[in-house]
Design a protein around this ligand. Structure first.
Ligand SMILES: Cc1ncc(COP(=O)(O)O)c(C=O)c1O
Length: 395
């Protein structure tokens, strides 16, 4: 006991006071429940395409087992730059404006730790990805949370303008679209209007576009098409190529900032696993169409889930991208999303994430991931419908 207390006193105080990543904590809490069907995590229910696996096997055989330059193999950075050019008609210099990171997660941490000073104000639209809050907070920067619920879960230019004025001076915006947890995204006009405000106020933007390949109703428009000089673009292969465990992300932005972020990145991890980089080269050079089949399948699963959840009494703002449904808990079940998610887990044996872990605007909602395979989704929907009906409460 005494030893535990002494050791506790030795930890970094800021980190000790930083809450843990809530999605994983809740997932772990309910994972002990026997026979649980989980729709908790954003884990694609697909295998990595065969040609990518073969490239990795070949790399191992070729003894591709060394440190690479911190920013990543030159050919991989070239492939990232070529992909960005193909999609968004933007030019990035692979030598100075692109870094390959350990998933989008490390790109987010490295960028945050490199760019913000204690006290810097960073706007975060909410509900938003739960990781943003602890990493911004750990850094001593000040998150300015903007509840987007009343605007259909997107950040409007008017709201951004208002928040900037009320909180001046604001340094940056941490934007994510398609949005985890709501699946909402921006069309070309909406993004251009938002970019105009960002430009006028000289904000720096970290734009997390990890779900850019999973947009269902129109192509994904990137912020780098509007304001590349103010944007740090973050993406990766976790979602587009079902490669979560390979840990391949990337970051692209103005050389001056990328240089600084590369320094932090090298302090954190030195470089990415050599074989994973070989797999990523194959994915980007020859697997540009791999996400198409995934996208079609996710689209189908989304429609299936929306139909069943609506029938069970949930209200949903139709997700246009990513693989999440953010569903409003029917009024008869109260607004405490943790109580509801725990009840569904213990009684219906379905794992969901309580909406309030995603910040203001998420209370009274639950997030369901349709990255799981179709059988799992169908079983979960059957259980939820039966549970809701058995409660006998009017929606
Ligand atoms: C919005 C968002 N950003 C980043 C990540 C992390 O991605 P990666 O697996 O590439 O670290 C996720 C994963 O779920 C996410 O939803």
């Amino acid at each position: 006991m005494e030893l535990a207390q002494t050791l506790h006193g030795m930890g970094n105080k800021t980190l000790q006071q930083t809450p843990p990543a809530m999605i994983r904590a809740f997932d772990q809490e309910i994972s002990q429940i026997p026979d649980l069907v989980k729709l908790t995590l954003g884990e694609p229910g697909f295998d990595v395409p065969e040609h990518i696996k073969q490239a990795a096997i070949e790399s191992i055989k070729q003894n591709d087992s060394h440190y690479t330059t911190a920013a990543g193999k030159p050919r991989l950075r070239q492939a990232v730059a070529a992909d960005l050019k193909r999609r968004y008609q933007v030019d990035y210099d692979p030598a100075s404006e692109v870094i390959v990171t350990n998933g989008a997660t490390e790109a987010l941490s490295a960028a945050t730790f490199s760019l913000f000073n204690p006290g810097d104000k960073v706007i975060i639209p909410t509900p938003g990805y739960a990781l943003y809050f602890p990493i911004i907070g750990y850094n001593g920067a000040v998150p300015v949370e903007v509840n987007t619920k009343e605007d259909g879960f997107i950040l409007t230019p008017e709201r951004l303008e208002q928040v900037i004025e009320e909180n001046a001076p604001v340094k940056a915006l941490l934007l994510n679209f398609p949005v985890n947890p709501t699946g909402r995204t921006y069309d070309k006009e909406q993004l251009a209007a938002l970019a105009a405000v960002i430009k006028r106020h000289h904000l720096l933007v970290i734009s997390d576009e990890i779900y850019g390949d999973l947009t269902y109703d129109h192509r994904h428009y990137s912020l780098v098409e509007e304001i590349p000089e103010q944007t740090i673009l973050i993406s990766g292969l976790s979602k587009s190529h079902a490669m979560t465990g390979w840990r391949i992300g990337y970051l692209a932005g103005p050389a001056e900032l990328v240089k600084l972020i590369t320094k932090m990145h090298s302090f954190l991890i030195t470089c990415i696993n050599d074989t994973a980089q070989a797999a990523a080269i194959e994915a980007l050079e020859n697997g540009q169409d791999d996400p198409v089949a995934f996208r079609e399948e996710y689209h189908h699963r989304r429609d299936l889930m929306i139909k069943d959840l609506t029938a069970a009494g949930f209200e949903i703002a139709t997700p246009e991208g990513a693989f999440y449904v953010f569903a409003k808990i029917p009024a008869a079940f109260g607004t405490d999303d943790f109580t509801f998610a725990r009840a569904i887990a213990h009684e219906a044996k379905v794992g969901l994430i309580p909406g309030s872990v995603f910040g203001p605007g998420g209370e009274g909602y639950v997030r369901l991931s349709y990255a799981a395979d179709e059988e799992t989704i169908k079983e979960a929907m059957k259980r939820i419908k039966a549970y809701m009906a058995a409660q006998g409460k009017e929606a």
